[in-house]
Design a protein around this ligand. Structure first.
Ligand code: COA
Length: 149
């Protein structure tokens, strides 16, 4: 199992997460899209997974409300998936959130994002809701994990 280094990205390193995002997701986004999402948010946290000099994963979250951290967006480079990098990122985010006093992490994905559904269940998230997302014309699955139990 490959081990990545997990680092907290400062604003200067956001470009690496954006570049990785654009190899994984469509539409492609500019750094401005991420900065805007962080506006007015407490505790935005961008984690990068690196193997050597290569960024292979990113994981972005922020406070949703007091007590609850929100995993907003993340992904692992396609050629290194199923090597535990997503698990490392999720565990690092979870440890950080717990250290900062959060009781829960919430995350969401579309029903068609099956990799993430499998991943979230394996990581111990509960499914706590489902709603129709008209923007994506798909059901949105809502997951939560209790960090205290
Ligand atoms: C979801 C994602 C982040 C998982 O990253 P990863 O590094 O491959 O995950 P890991 O290797 O740490 O997987 C941990 C466990 O989750 C489960 N899992 C992960 N991917 C899975 C898949 N495609 N099918 C079934 N189970 C899966 C497995 O139990 C796995 O453990 P195992 O490989 O020992 O069986 C990655 O597939 C990804 O980036 N997908 C595209 C982006 C995406 O869908 N993001 C979610 C929307 S924000």
């Amino acid at each position: 199992m490959a081990q990545a280094d997990i680092i907290i990205a400062d604003e200067g390193m956001l470009a690496q997460a954006v570049e990785l995002h654009n190899t994984i997701f469509r539409p492609k986004r500019e750094a401005e899209f991420f900065k805007r999402r962080f506006t007015g948010r407490c505790n935005p946290l961008t984690l990068l997974a690196r193997m050597g000099d290569r960024p292979v994963g990113f994981w972005i979250g922020f406070e949703l409300k007091p007590g609850m951290f929100y995993h907003w967006l993340g992904g692992v480079a396609a050629d290194v998936r199923r090597n535990g990098v997503g698990r490392q990122l999720q565990e690092a985010q979870q440890a950080w959130a717990k250290d900062h006093g959060y009781e829960f992490i919430r995350c969401e994905c579309m029903n068609h994002q099956r990799e993430f559904i499998h991943f979230a269940i394996t990581m111990g998230y509960d499914i706590v809701g489902i709603r129709w997302d008209s923007t994506h014309a798909d059901n949105l699955i809502v997951f939560e994990k209790n960090l205290i139990e």
